[in-house]
Design a protein around this ligand. Sequence first.
Ligand SMILES: C[C@H](O)[C@H](O)[C@H]1CNC2=NC(N)=NC(=O)C2=N1
Length: 189
Amino acid sequence: MFRMIHLSLPSLSRPPQAQVRLASLLQRLRTDHGCSITQVNRIFQNHVALSSSRKLRGGFRTFSTSEDFSAKKCVPCNAKDLRPMTEETANELISRVPEWNLVNESGVLKLNRSWKVKSFLKGLELFRLVAEVAESEGHHPDLHLVGWNNVTIEIWTHAVGGLTENDFILAAKINGLPLQDLLRRKAKS
Ligand SMILES: C[C@H](O)[C@H](O)[C@H]1CNC2=NC(N)=NC(=O)C2=N1
């Protein structure tokens, strides 16, 4: 059973004091919330990001710092406590999905990446491979194929109007697809 722990988390942007406060906070997780040592260690090892939602007032979602996003599974987007992440958190995570860009489209944060494919049909084949991953994750990208060979994929969580960890998981899984044969060779510089 997933239990949301509402804690006023110290800002991690000022490491020295925050680390001390964080250590005592983690002690409180054990004493006040009955977390086991294993649970506390898992929270400590993970990057803890403040939820951007006022309603959660210091609630938090953890983003694994070590685990590769492609090894994770998306969660249903209709989960009640799902909130868009802050731009600060997105900027911390973007380096974990190489070749993807973080864009802010009229206030909505999205991930996007473009490819040049060999042909229109290869573009549709790329869409099919991506669609298989999306369907298995229950999380879907916006697909664009323009000028016959220019593919752009945008990923964001429509249910919350911004980015969640699901988007980074889907981007990482798309990075793992065998797309090489569909793509035009980069012109020799
Ligand atoms: C219940 C299920 O999670 C929703 O219908 C999913 C389907 N795929 C989705 N994909 C994306 N990108 N955003 C969503 O909000 C979303 N919602």
